[in-house]
Design a protein around this ligand. Structure first.
Ligand code: ADP
Ligand code: ZN
Length: 748
């Protein structure tokens, strides 16, 4: 197998041209590429066949989308699912890129329209399902277009060793004959050595460069917990993330139905999904989840590849997955937007046996070979070993995929977090909590009970006289998040009941009484004791509270706009963009454009709507606008969204950025060190230039771009930036315009 050897991971140092970055900022609103994207894109621009292996959320699509715009001509993207193609085409249209899809669902008029579009030569990306490419129609459709790149998405579908084998993928190498000059690039998130080799062979990649990113997903917190009271344990996590998206994976259809009904009865917005449901119903369920009209999808593994909602905040496994690859793939659907997300697997030995039985019988029914049956058994055993071995989960996963892991402790898994650290005085604490529930007459939810225990003087507490009850303030030394967690733990163990349809109320039950008055011993776990030791580099725990004021308002606006256009909300803006908006609260379109994820087309389409919403909110709540990223972070942990911050915390990031700017470090480097966005770094530079002279802006804007900007300014004047921006075909970000003009002024 010659192809497996030709895989030197080094990419030539051919730098990615400035114009590429200008497109990246202008079209997508991104100020930088991630390191693994940079390597992939350098290789793709070089036109050499490439196999890109990047975990879910790594940003694979940008690797073929951005070069397609940069190079012009035509890029064909083969994708296994119509839903995925549709979302990608919708997303591209949102940023102003001409993309179309060809699949079996097109109506005749749609087909005609697409054919015409294609003839115009203005289509940059054509998405196609694998079964279409073999047809002569398809080749004819493309006449007159220069196809220089073929991208194969979800390339593991080509391999029967992968978990989503698609026989149609086997025909893809025929594309080589049709477009002999096109380079072919394959993309996948899962690949064992066997699958990798298979991809390269099956697609007949020519001397491919193989680029493998780290498989680690630092923003995911992994937990494996023993099943105690499964339904309550699942409910506990759903409650903690109320209002956010999550997936609960179940082994059997029946489990899906039971758990969905249970969650619904507890007021969780949940929908079931399994292969036994009628097609239409399944489609509706999936759409409800993607469009955020439902929070939680309870599903069998049939709920899979089409799920590209980026703000999934938790993935739960109610039962052990079939293999570590499956686990990686399924948990991978959490936190694609890079924000913290939580993955919990509820493990039971009984499930392992059931899974083995079910898998084996379905394989035998399908006449699978003994080899495949044995392999599947082995995979389940490996998965079970993963669950039962107390090794850092991040480490175990990364090592499984053949990579090394350098951190001694990830700070984001049950093992490193010390989830099993039992609180020594569990019983006394539990008794205090339970008697507080009793004192407030079993009529309040977790937040209120916690407030009373902490001795908080909230309006609700005072109004109801709960500052007079005997349990008021008896746990005031405990951090709020910790106390809340313990209450949920008690509920998870069945020592408390969460009841009520509209909003969950804490009630006592016979187990509570056995703790209060008998010798039942509850087990409380301290998840936060080691928090202080956590490596800042690792993810903070998933704790995005979607109910925070402005963020919630922006989310509603996004949903409304999405509904109007019949696209999923994440296609309009991702959560990271909304969080940055609610943290910095831009006061102008220019400031808005500094935000990651806001490119020119989206600025034109939605900028004003979001600006109005932000301005209103700030006026109503007397909030300053154009705040630095830090100011909202200072409030995180309360009702604000918990934003990801670097090690600088709430105090002046300028102390860090300004010295590095003086050294001429790039925005991206500074941004990642200071834990802020490149846009904020740019604003620091602009501010710095007001008081101190700098000798050059070459480190941040290329000389060629500076010349282009000045030439445009000569033509259309310097008073306003917008005409310059328009004159440069919206290709150069506003922050560059301001830098160049300010620098010119400084030196005139
Ligand atoms: P994958 O296909 O590898 O799962 P996606 O292409 O869906 O990943 O990208 C994941 C998320 O990361 C998306 O929300 C995307 O907008 C965002 N993203 C990708 N590249 C960048 C970048 N260079 N800067 C900022 N965000 C990015
Ligand atoms: Zn760990």
């Amino acid at each position: 197998m010659s192809s497996t050897q030709a895989t030197a991971p080094s990419v030539s140092d051919a730098a990615i041209p400035d114009r590429f970055y200008e497109i990246l900022k202008g079209v997508w609103g991104f100020s930088s590429l991630r390191p693994s994207q940079e390597a992939a894109i350098a290789s793709i621009l070089e036109g050499r066949d490439t196999l890109v292996i990047m975990p879910t959320g790594g940003g694979k699509s940008l690797c073929y989308q951005a070069p397609a715009i940069y190079r012009g001509g035509m890029t064909i993207v083969v994708s296994p699912l119509i839903a995925l193609m549709k979302d990608q085409v919708d997303s591209l249209k949102q940023v102003g890129v001409n993309a179309v899809r060809v699949d079996s669902t097109l109506t005749l008029p749609e087909k005609r329209e697409i054919a015409q579009e294609l003839r115009s030569g203005n289509v940059r990306l054509l998405f196609v399902s694998p079964e279409r490419i073999a047809s002569p129609d398809f080749v004819r459709l493309l006449e007159g277009n220069e196809v220089h790149t073929i991208a194969i998405d979800e390339a593991h579908c080509v391999s029967q060793w992968g978990h989503d084998f698609r026989p149609e993928y086997r025909q893809l190498s025929s594309l080589r004959n049709v477009f002999p000059n096109a380079a072919m690039h394959a993309f996948t998130a899962t690949a064992t050595v066997k699958v990798r080799a298979d991809i390269m062979d099956q697609l007949q990649l020519k001397q491919p460069r193989m680029l493998i990113s780290s498989f680690d997903r630092p923003n995911l917190t992994y937990r494996v917990l023993p099943q105690v009271e499964l339904e309550n344990q699942i409910l506990e996590v759903c409650e903690r993330h109320r209002g956010s998206g999550g997936i609960v994976y179940c082994l059997r259809r029946n489990d899906v139905e039971v758990i969905t009904a249970f969650l619904q009865s507890k007021g969780i917005s949940a929908v079931g999904y399994h292969a036994g449901m009628p097609h239409e119903e399944r489609k509706r369920a999936q759409e409800a989840f993607l469009t955020e009209s439902i929070d939680v999808a309870v599903a069998t593994v049939a709920f899979g590849m089409g799920i590209d909602r980026s703000n999934v905040r938790f993935v739960l496994h109610a039962s052990i997955p079939k293999s570590i690859e499956h686990y990686q793939q399924e948990t991978g659907r959490a936190g694609r937007d890079g924000l913290p997300a939580e993955c919990v697997l509820f493990h039971s030995v009984g499930d392992v046996m059931t899974l083995k039985k079910i898998t084996e019988s379905s394989l035998r029914e399908a006449n699978a070979s003994e080899e495949i049956v044995a392999a599947s058994r082995l995979q389940i055993e490996e998965m079970s070993r993963y669950c039962q071995t107390p090794v850092c989960r991040h480490r175990a996963l990364v090592q499984y995929f053949g990579q090394s892991y350098d951190l001694a402790s990830c700070g984001a898994c049950d093992v490193c977090l010390g989830d099993t650290d039992e609180v020594p005085d569990s019983k006394i604490i539990a008794q205090k909590i339970l008697s507080c529930v009793f004192r407030v007459q079993e009529r309040f939810g977790v937040n209120h009970v916690v407030d009373v225990l902490l001795g908080a003087r909230t309006q609700a507490v005072v109004q109801r006289g709960h500052d007079q009850v005997s349990t008021y303030g008896i746990l005031k030394e405990v951090p709020k998040a910790q106390l809340k967690d313990w209450v949920y733990q008690l509920a998870g163990q069945g020592a408390l009941t969460l009841d009520g349809t509209e909003f969950p109320v804490l009630k006592l039950n016979p187990n509570s009484r056995a703790i209060l008055f008998g010798d039942a011993q509850p087990r409380l776990i301290r998840t936060a004791t080691k928090a202080k030791e956590r490596k800042q580099a690792a993810a903070s725990e998933a704790s995005i509270h979607a109910d925070s004021g402005l963020f919630e308002k922006l989310r509603l606006l996004r949903k409304k706009l999405a509904q109007e256009q019949n696209v999923p909300p994440f296609v309009i803006f991702g959560d990271t963009t909304l969080i940055e908006m609610s943290a910095t609260r831009p006061s102008s379109l220019e400031a808005m454009l500094m935000i990651s994820g806001v490119g020119n087309t989206k600025l034109n389409a939605y900028g004003q709507d979001f600006l109005d919403e932000i301005t209103n909110y700030c006026a109503q709540n007397s909030l300053e606008m154009d705040a630095q990223w830090k100011s909202s972070v200072a409030q995180s942990g309360s009702s604000q969204p918990a934003m990801r911050v670097g090690r600088t915390g709430a105090t002046g990031t300028k102390n860090i950025t300004i010295p590095m700017l003086r050294e001429g470090k790039s925005f991206d480097e500074i941004a990642s060190k200071a834990g802020i966005t490149p846009g904020t770094v740019a604003s620091h530079l602009l501010e710095m230039m007001e008081t101190e002279a700098i000798s050059s802006i070459d480190p941040w804007v290329s000389e060629a771009t500076q010349r282009r900007i000045l030439a445009a300014a000569e033509k259309v004047g310097r008073e306003r930036l917008k005409p310059i921006f328009e004159h440069l075909n919206q290709e150069v970000p506003y922050e560059h315009l301001r830098l160049v003009l300010n620098f010119e002024k400084q030196n005139s």
